[in-house]
Design a protein around this ligand. Sequence first.
Ligand SMILES: [Zn+2]
Ligand SMILES: [Zn+2]
Length: 252
Amino acid sequence: MPKRQSNPAWSRDELILALDLYLRYRTALPSKDHPHVLELSNLLGRLGGLLSFGESGTFRNANGVHMKLGNFRRWDPEYVKDGRTGLAKGNKDEGEVWSAFANHPDKLAGAVFAIRRAVEGGQIVRFLELEAVDEFWVQDAEEGKLLTVLHRIRERKRSLVEAKKKDMQRRYGQLRCEACDFNFSEHYGPGAQGIIDVHHIKPVHTLRPGEKTKLSDLALVCANCHRVIHSRKKWLTVQQVRALYDEFNNHL
Ligand SMILES: [Zn+2]
Ligand SMILES: [Zn+2]
C-alpha cells in the first residue's frame, strides 16, 4: 500500500471511471505503464483540478490508479469465488459503486461517457468557479459530483425555467407542485404567484453536455418536494415523492 496519506479519498466520479477500466480488464489487470492506466491517471488529474482537490504531484498517478483497480478485486464475485481476497484496504465507496454500476453496463457506460464529456466541458468550470456547487440541500447523485452539477445547471437555466412555468400556466391556469399540489399563491397570496422550483427528471447518467433540454424533461415542484427529491444519493422521482406525501398525509 502507498505510504503517503496526503491525497484525498477517491470521489464517486473517480471510482466510476476506475470501475469502468477495471471491468474492461477484469481477468488480467493492466500494468502501471499501460496506456489506459496512464490515460485515466491524466483524466483524473484534470477532474481533480475541476473539483479543486488533489494538486499534489502524486495525485492519481499511474501507481495510484493501478492500486485502485486492485481495490475493486474484493468486490468482484468472479475474483473472490476461488477463495482469493483482493486488496483489503480501500475506500468504502468502492463497494457502493460496485453494487450501483458493475451489473448495469448501460448505466455505467452512460455515466462514464457523461463524466468524461463533462470534464472537457467549460460550462462546468464556470459553474464551479461561481461556487454554486455544494448546495447543502443537494445530495450528490450516485453518479458523482460532476453530473450532479450538470443536473443543477440544467434545472436552473433561467430561460428554460421561465418557459416551463409559462407553459404550465397556459395549460392549467396555475402553477402547482407536481408532487404535492402546493400552490404558492394560495398560501402566500398573489405576490407569491410564479414561485416554484424546476426539477430535471432525466436520469443523471443520461445527461450530455450541450444536449438541449426539452420542457418535458422538466417538472415543477415546490421547494420542499425538491429538497426531498435530492435528499439522498439515489434521487427520488417526482412520483416517489408524491407517493410518500400521500402516504404520510393520509396518516395525519
Ligand atoms: Zn411539493
Ligand atoms: Zn432537481
